[in-house]
Design a protein around this ligand. Structure first.
Ligand code: ZN
Length: 381
């Protein structure tokens, strides 16, 4: 400051002029800095916009790419997305009997129950409420006259859909199997080869249970949802058997199902879900993920676990087995919002005729085992 005043003094400039000069300098500096700031800000903005556009462009490419991929996948994956299973136990009983008898009696016309059911569905639109055994008479007559199933169904628009759907549901139920009929004194097993029903009721023989068609009822634990199975009410500890042979896919605690077990059929189309198993001792000895189980094997025990994030908690009011069947036409349907669970009430009714007899095989662990061993070809592959 002293210097400035010296300058002022030496040039003999008036104080007023000095103030004007200083104000002018400040003004010029301020204006120029504002200009510099704005031009800089603008250029960086431009860079930013450019970057944004590039990202948008990349995103656009990505979106078009994924749309194409989805479309491609959709056209490639022409799999069934939904099945309503409305076949009654009466229709299952009748067609199963025709299939089994015609095989065992070497009849001229050998029936396939799934073909018969698919044919009936084309006639009744998949609604079996008014099903009568005479509904099959015209078909039987035409087959007896020498027509083939292929001829008779070729103009039925939905025959293939019903056939594929019902194969997914019932494909492992009827076929060849061997069952143990006697055990010699030295322990050698004697098996008898048979053709017939090889799927079992999930409740072991001589144990009582009750159920009603509760599929689709509302459930409120956790979030509002519908009931995707059939509850079989029974006593705690009732041995639960595998309906069909397959591979244990899931085992352990699940918030909703409690101690549960999930078994996938060998053809991978069916996922059997058994839930709310017994507290402390839910599974039969040696059960683990990845192992193979046979139809009719004891897999666990009825209980009331579930509805808790904490393990081994009894939060279900009435002891029961929750039994469910999920159909899988494509692996993308597993653990997705597109899962297909069917109403198994009529299947349970139908399976009442085939129950697995069990006995307490281990008095220490109180574990049960099946009384009569069972074999089928799919177990050997
Ligand atoms: Zn249930």
């Amino acid at each position: 400051m002293g210097c400035i005043f010296l300058l002022i003094k030496s040039f003999n400039i008036g104080k007023k002029s000095i103030i004007i000069i200083i104000i002018s300098i400040i003004f010029v500096v301020l204006i120029s800095s504002i200009i510099v700031f704005y031009s800089f800000a603008n250029s960086s903005k431009n860079i930013q916009t450019e970057n944004q556009e590039e990202t948008n462009e990349a995103k656009k490419v990505e979106t078009t790419d994924s749309i194409e991929k989805i479309e491609e996948a959709e056209t490639q994956k022409n799999f069934i997305k939904w099945v309503d299973f409305n076949v009654t136990s009466e229709a299952l009983n009748l067609t199963a009997k025709m299939d089994i008898d015609s095989h065992n009696n070497n009849e001229e016309i050998v029936y396939n129950w799934i073909e018969l059911l698919a044919y009936l569905s084309c006639k009744n639109g998949g609604n079996f409420k008014n099903f009568k055994s005479k509904d099959l008479q015209p078909l039987i007559q035409e087959l007896k006259n020498g027509q083939t199933m292929e001829d008779l169904t070729q103009n039925m628009k939905f025959y293939d859909y019903y056939y594929e759907s019902y194969t997914a549901v019932l494909g492992g139920f009827i076929g060849n199997y061997s069952v143990e009929v006697a055990k010699d004194e030295d322990g050698t097993k004697t098996f008898e080869d048979r053709y017939g029903l090889k799927a079992f009721l999930p409740i072991a023989k001589n144990y009582s249970f009750s159920h009603y068609d509760d599929f689709g009822n509302s459930r409120s634990y956790g979030f509002k949802r519908t009931h995707l199975g059939n509850d079989l009410m029974g006593s705690i500890g009732t041995p639960i058997v595998a309906v069909e042979s397959g591979v244990v896919e899931n085992l352990g605690w699940n918030q909703y199902g409690g101690w549960r077990i999930g078994i996938r059929s060998f053809d991978t189309k069916r996922y059997y879900y058994y839930a709310h198993l017994r507290k402390n001792h839910p599974y039969s000895e040696g059960m683990e993920e990845g192992m193979t189980v046979k139809a009719g094997d004891v897999i666990g025990y009825l209980g009331m676990t579930g509805y808790s994030t904490k393990e081994n908690v009894n939060n279900i009011n009435v002891p029961h087995l929750h039994f469910g069947m999920q159909l899988i036409f494509d692996e993308s349907q597993v653990d997705s919002p597109n899962e297909i669970w069917i109403d198994v009430y009529q299947i349970i009714e139908f399976l009442k005729k085939n129950r697995s007899e069990v006995y307490m095989a281990n008095k220490e662990t109180k574990d049960y085992e099946r009384k009569y061993d069972f074999m089928e070809n799919s177990l050997l592959e």
